[in-house]
Design a protein around this ligand. Structure first.
Ligand code: SAM
Length: 262
């Protein structure tokens, strides 16, 4: 009974906010309004309006502050084809769409996150070049929902950072069981990243970054930390997150890749 009242109140607040914001209207049958609202997030200048965070969806903007700064100030998404793996509320993908990306595909394995990102995209009127895809729990690989799209210029993610078990959908934000997601990103880059493209991953966890560096190097990827801080001097968990750039090493670039991507 109590949960029912909270859910109905949250839905009412959402519908009122939709009408007040002048964004998407509640007659959109393709949006999922069944999730409770955790909070309304005031616009910080990256986006054309406020965002909504649904319950069971990750929110820690300082994790991705440096990545969003590059998108906003250095135009790294401008005119580019972008893939975001694990979009949550959609904050990074929406920032790419707002700052000139030619196309953005964003994925998430948590259905609440997919509903949340789709809602924010509609409400901020940023749907035109942005598509949000649901990843199936049975096929959680980083590129499993691609449908033969050409290589991406920019592949980005603020991935879960610890090896751990998933007990509820929100756990996917924190835990990467067996680091399968991290490894699937690294294994898939030679097939999905443009020869001159880059993959930017943001982490705020020392062991995850050290593992990423070792596994990327082992696979022949170029790996560079884009941060002045000394990883060894940081606490195990830290904020804001640190950006790691991955590029295809010379041996991983197929000879015919350039012509195929045209
Ligand atoms: C740390 S959160 C980051 C969310 C958002 N990008 C942000 O910065 O606020 C990681 C996200 O990755 C998603 N995720 C975890 N495993 C995934 C997978 N195998 N495929 C797609 N998304 C996944 C989680 O559900 C979560 O939304």
């Amino acid at each position: 009974m109590g949960t029912c009242v909270v859910r109905r109140t949250a839905l009412l607040i959402l519908l009122v906010s939709v009408v007040v914001s002048g964004g998407c209207t509640n007659n959109r049958t393709d949006l999922d309004y069944s999730y409770n609202i955790e909070q309304r997030i005031p616009n910080d200048g990256d986006l054309p309006g406020d965002m909504i965070q649904f319950e069971q969806v990750f929110w820690e903007p300082s994790d991705s502050a440096s990545l969003r700064k590059l998108i906003r100030e250095d135009s790294i998404a401008q005119g580019r084809r972008v893939l975001e793996i694990g979009t949550g509320t959609g904050v990074i993908a929406l920032t790419c769409a707002e700052h000139g990306a030619k196309q953005v595909i964003a994925t998430d394995i948590n259905p609440a996150a997919v509903a949340n990102a789709r809602y924010n995209a509609a409400n901020l009127d940023l749907e035109q070049n942005l598509e949000i895809r649901q990843v199936d729990e049975a096929t959680p690989g980083a590129f499993s929902v691609l449908q033969g799209e050409p290589r991406f210029d920019l592949i980005i993610s603020n991935p879960p950072w610890e090896d751990g078990d998933i007990k509820r959908p929100l756990d996917y934000a924190f835990y990467d069981p067996g680091f399968e997601l991290m490894d699937s990103i690294l294994d898939g880059l030679p097939n999905h990243l443009s020869p001159g493209g880059r993959c930017l991953l943001t982490y705020g966890h020392v062991p995850a970054i050290e593992r990423l560096q070792a596994e990327a190097t082992r696979r022949g990827l170029q790996c560079k930390v884009l941060d002045d801080r000394d990883l060894k001097a940081l606490p195990k968990d830290f904020l804001p997150g640190m950006l790691v750039e991955l590029r295809l090493g010379r041996d991983l670039i197929p000879n015919d890749a350039a012509s195929r991507d045209e």
